[in-house]
Design a protein around this ligand. Structure first.
Ligand code: SF4
Ligand code: SF4
Length: 465
């Protein structure tokens, strides 16, 4: 491995690899692989428990209480794509690919939307159409067993990196949202490289054929999974703390439409649908809501009822339609006002929507930690490893102090609005025109803010009358 000390260079102050302990752990693929293999064993154990002991608390506690909210939702807005860094499936896929057939992926399958569509079709849609489906340990185990076998099959067939890049439901989503956080991987621009060589060691080592030495220049880490193979191959790789969302505040050299679509679609599918279906759908005005009325009417008309949830389906369709209308309509009007091509406006301003879903989700996750996740995780592990511990929830929905977590949707809207304002600066519009364009580009942010305030108002009003 090339070493900094060989050419007497010092790491930057914001590079956390300057701390030996961090470099030897977080920047060390062998250490990470050990950690990932322990997690993989844990995953397989949880799948077996779910299949053969369907009423256990461990399977759902591990996947839906620990992995999804903690390793994913809480880390993404701050630490970036840490989930992929420790992901056992990424480790599994890279390991299997080494001994596999290494076929070239057919061109039609090189589509960044495949994994993302799988996420919507096989997770979010079933969640709305068949509520509570993933509360079952057996279904959860089947779900992850299928995912495990799918990862093995794809990785065995095709060359290294293909599974994470194109097929994993998280593979495009997590790196796109990682832009919101503080952490950034890059390289000291070939400082240690032979100047005649056009493929540095870091790029050579990357299983995903990425070029970390170009991440800074392009203001994009593309679909980096933080596997740290590059850091293990050359000391010139750095892992730095930057300003919060720094890449979203700067121009992006090659903006990706798939990143912007991920922000928009997940905003619709997760954030807005959740507000419709779970936020307002559990409030005292439930029966007045249009998606509830239409859903009930469809249930009566078709005669198809539980476990199918028509209300969830209608809330989903309405949330997606309204989000698309507000985002695309707002960007279209902005493009006309600024006399700029729609695509340019979409690809520039769309990045401002990244924080809205991922920071807003913290409200739900933190609230649920105290009311559900904490005791589900501890009791689940206790059951699986025969520890004899039983804990109670840290709070119930009646505890008023939980309201403090309502702050996150406001932070999300403020931060998205701020980034939108900054990104509008790239179009050199000024004064009143900038204010008008800003309003249209931010329609979805305003709608989200309005929904949040309305939901709080309904709760406040019902608790005082
Ligand atoms: S892309 Fe998917 S499989 Fe690969 S490391 Fe990330 S979460 Fe794991
Ligand atoms: S650039 Fe490639 S090798 Fe380096 S951490 Fe990212 S995915 Fe891994």
């Amino acid at each position: 491995m090339r070493k900094f000390s060989d050419i007497h260079l010092e790491r930057d102050k914001n590079d956390i690899f300057r701390f030996g302990f961090i470099h030897e752990t977080v920047g060390n693929p062998r250490f990470l692989n050990f950690f990932r293999s322990v997690l993989l064993l844990l995953v397989l154990y949880a799948i077996l428990w779910g299949l053969f002991s369907p009423k256990n608390a461990f399977t759902t506690g591990l996947f839906w209480g620990l992995f999804w909210p903690f390793f994913m939702v809480i880390t993404l807005p701050f630490l970036g794509n840490v989930f992929c860094m420790i992901c056992p499936f990424g480790f599994l896929s890279r390991t299997v690919a080494k001994i596999g057939l290494k076929k070239k992926l057919p061109k039609p399958l090189k589509n960044p939307y495949i994994g993302f569509s799988l996420l919507i079709l096989f997770y979010w849609l079933p969640l709305y159409l068949f509520p509570g489906i993933f509360r079952s340990s057996f279904v959860t185990a089947l779900f992850f067993l299928t995912f495990f076998l799918f990862a093995v099959l794809v990785s065995y067939m095709y060359s290294n990196g293909v599974f994470c890049r194109y097929f994993c439901p998280i593979g495009r989503v997590a790196p796109a949202f990682a832009r919101v956080g503080f952490m950034w991987l890059s390289a000291y621009n070939k400082t240690l490289c032979d100047p005649k060589c056009d493929k540095p060691d870091c790029a050579f080592a990357c299983p995903y054929k990425l070029s970390p030495h170009k991440f800074d220049k392009n203001n994009s880490m593309e679909s980096c999974t933080l596997c740290m193979e590059c850091a293990g191959s050359c000391e010139g790789v750095r892992y730095s703390v930057r300003k919060w969302s720094h890449s979203l505040l700067q121009k992006i050299k090659k903006p990706n439409s798939w990143e912007v679509w991920i922000y928009i679609i997940l905003l619709a599918v997760i954030t807005i649908t959740m507000r419709f279906h779970h936020g307002l759908g559990h409030s005292p005005i439930r029966n007045e809501l249009p998606w509830v009325q239409i859903g009930k009417w469809l249930e009566q008309t078709t005669g198809i009822g539980k476990p199918f949830d028509w209300v969830g389906l209608v809330a989903f369709i309405m949330a997606v339609s309204i989000t698309l209308l507000l985002v695309l309509g707002g960007f279209y009007i902005s493009s006309k006002l600024m006399k700029k091509p729609f695509k340019e406006v979409f690809l520039n301003l769309g990045y401002a929507l990244a924080p809205l879903m991922i920071i807003g989700s913290l409200s739900h996750v933190t609230h649920f930690f105290f009311t559900h996740y904490y005791h589900e995780i501890i009791n689940g592990f206790s059951q699986a490893f025969f520890l004899g511990i039983k804990v109670e929830p840290l709070a119930t929905n009646k505890d008023k102090w939980l309201r403090i977590f309502y702050i996150f949707p406001f932070i999300a809207a403020f931060w998205s609005g701020f980034i939108m304002w900054k990104r509008l600066g790239f179009f050199y519009v000024q004064g009143l025109k900038k204010a008008v364009v800003y309003t249209f580009s931010s329609l979805i942010i305003l709608f989200y803010l309005g929904l949040t305030v309305f939901q709080l108002y309904v709760r406040y009003f019902s608790s005082h009358h």
